[in-house]
Design a protein around this ligand. Structure first.
Ligand SMILES: *[C@@H]1O[C@H](CO)[C@@H](O)[C@H](O)[C@H]1NC(C)=O
Ligand SMILES: *[C@@H]1O[C@H](CO)[C@@H](O)[C@H](O)[C@H]1NC(C)=O
Ligand SMILES: *[C@@H]1O[C@H](CO)[C@@H](O)[C@H](O)[C@H]1NC(C)=O
Ligand SMILES: *[C@@H]1O[C@H](CO)[C@@H](O)[C@H](O)[C@H]1NC(C)=O
Ligand SMILES: *[C@@H]1O[C@H](CO)[C@@H](O)[C@H](O)[C@H]1NC(C)=O
Ligand SMILES: *[C@@H]1O[C@H](CO)[C@@H](O)[C@H](O)[C@H]1NC(C)=O
Ligand SMILES: *[C@@H]1O[C@H](CO)[C@@H](O)[C@H](O)[C@H]1NC(C)=O
Ligand SMILES: *[C@@H]1O[C@H](CO)[C@@H](O)[C@H](O)[C@H]1NC(C)=O
Ligand SMILES: *[C@@H]1O[C@H](CO)[C@@H](O)[C@H](O)[C@H]1NC(C)=O
Length: 370
């Protein structure tokens, strides 16, 4: 009896330590699902989930009939056969806009790997072939929510959906309140609370204030930030990434999601020189920091791991928004999480291994997905 209790105690301790351990590593967010399939399709979202991403990140825009479509650009040309399917439906810039099509029309489009509009070559040449004869379709927010909740139920896991509201000001110019429609859609799934597995983010920071204060949402909110010169929204990111600016939004958002260049200084050759104060300031105000976008294609070879290592240990970020969640998770799993000597870590993992053999892993492990 005594021996059983002792074993039970040790097992409980080991489970606790294991949970603490995974809570301590940075989060991994699967940006547009994963890099390996056409972005944001349900297939890419499922693959990001299966690779173990803690969150799957998606973008939403409104169709002409106010349905939430999961797509990154407000136009369709980079990822679909819209020009072939709907000739003459372009605007004066030549592009075909999501907001000019109904859901029924959008559902007929074939989706492919991202290309350069009017050119046709792949944005990331080594990724999934854009001319593959495999039919992918646009997803709706409803489908993405049901995919996430369904996978959570089927795998007994608790992963989250990070929903980016695209260009609230543009939607507003078209007399559409995209944020209200997102909240109403989530409400239909009872996804309304801080602890629910969905999070909202957008580049238009004043919209986050509106969502919190006027639309009274209790969901977690993240503030995306990029260079002002990109014109992603009218928000002044030079202000919001100052100490005062972080303080300004700290009562509204739970995290900032800045372009990674805001967290580090580079020399003229692109070598890392040091960290900016942004991460410290965010942490001082109790906000997490999830920079984007870590793409292995852009950091070939060993450099990518050095880059990740720098952001984790020197910049001290709380998570990676990445096209390659599998690569980052593999890298994180290789590293001891506690600041203990590697020999202590090695004995700890050996202990866990022996324990798992002895107990046939009936207690600590999550169910396997594949
Ligand atoms: C719009 O599409 C039509 C064919 O569908 C094409 O002839 C025309 O040049 C396009 N307009 C612009 C501005 O690219
Ligand atoms: C398409 O873009 C690629 C890469 O930027 C460039 O090399 C190529 O010349 C372009 N092709 C056309 C037809 O514009
Ligand atoms: C897809 O099918 C078309 C026509 O059947 C063919 O020309 C093309 O090479 C195929 N694409 C690939 C990637 O096999
Ligand atoms: C999504 O779900 C909402 C709420 O249940 C419903 O009103 C809407 O029609 C659905 N949209 C689609 C495209 O399925
Ligand atoms: C939005 O509504 C205003 C006022 O009703 C109207 O003048 C304007 O044309 C509408 N804009 C669009 C894009 O529908
Ligand atoms: C939401 O919650 C209400 C009340 O608890 C329940 O009746 C309803 O079935 C739930 N809806 C969904 C989609 O889970
Ligand atoms: C952003 O807006 C400014 C001023 O309107 C313009 O000069 C600049 O070209 C725009 N930049 C981009 C990337 O669209
Ligand atoms: C944040 O900035 C807005 C806009 O400049 C201002 O109205 C508001 O008072 C500021 N809030 C805080 C807490 O500083
Ligand atoms: C950043 O922090 C350092 C050290 O705390 C401080 O000396 C420096 O002035 C800060 N930079 C800015 C722009 O506030």
């Amino acid at each position: 009896m005594m021996v059983f209790q002792l074993c039970f105690g040790v097992l409980l301790l080991c489970c606790t330590v294991k949970n603490v351990q995974s809570a301590f590593r940075p989060l991994v967010v699967g940006h547009r699902g994963t890099a390996y399939l056409p972005e944001l399709t349900l297939a890419a979202q499922a693959m990001g989930y299966a690779y173990g991403a803690d969150m799957v990140e998606i973008d939403v825009c409104l169709s002409q009939d106010d349905q939430l479509i999961v797509i990154h650009d407000i136009y369709l040309d980079a990822v679909s056969n819209v020009a072939e399917m709907y000739p003459g439906r372009n605007r004066s810039d030549g592009l075909h806009y999501v907001i000019d099509f109904t859901l029924e029309e959008l559902r007929l489009l074939s989706i492919h790997e991202r290309t350069i509009p009017f050119n046709g070559t792949q944005r990331f040449p080594s990724r999934f072939p854009s001319n593959a004869n495999v039919t992918f379709r646009l997803a709706t927010l409803n489908e993405s929510v049901e995919l996430l909740l369904g996978l959570n139920q089927a795998t007994r896991r608790r992963r989250e959906l990070l929903i980016e509201i695209k260009k609230p000001e543009y939607h507003s110019q078209h007399n559409k309140s995209i944020s209200s429609i997102v909240l109403a859609t989530l409400n239909a799934y009872n996804l309304t609370k801080f602890t629910d597995p969905v999070i909202i983010q957008t580049f238009h920071i004043e919209e986050l204030v509106h969502i919190r204060r006027n639309l009274n949402s209790e969901l977690r909110l993240f503030a995306l930030m990029v260079w002002n010169r990109i014109n992603e929204s009218s928000s002044d990111y030079d202000f919001y990434r100052s100490r005062e600016g972080i303080g300004n939004i700290s009562s509204v958002v739970q995290a900032i999601a800045p372009f990674y260049e805001f967290l580090v200084n580079f020399d003229s050759h692109g070598a890392l020189l040091g960290v900016t104060n942004l991460t410290t300031w965010a942490h001082d105000y109790g906000l997490a920091v999830y920079p984007f976008t870590f793409r292995r294609d852009l950091f070939p070879g060993q450099n990518f791991e050095e880059f990740l290592d720098y952001f984790w240990h020197t910049v001290d970020i709380d998570g990676f928004i990445t096209d390659h969640p599998d690569v980052i998770l593999r890298y994180l799993d290789k590293k001891p999480v506690f600041s203990v000597s590697s020999s202590i870590y090695a004995s700890y993992t050996t202990f866990l291994f022996i324990l798992s053999v002895v107990t046939k892993t009936w207690f600590c492990n999550e169910p396997m997905l594949v």
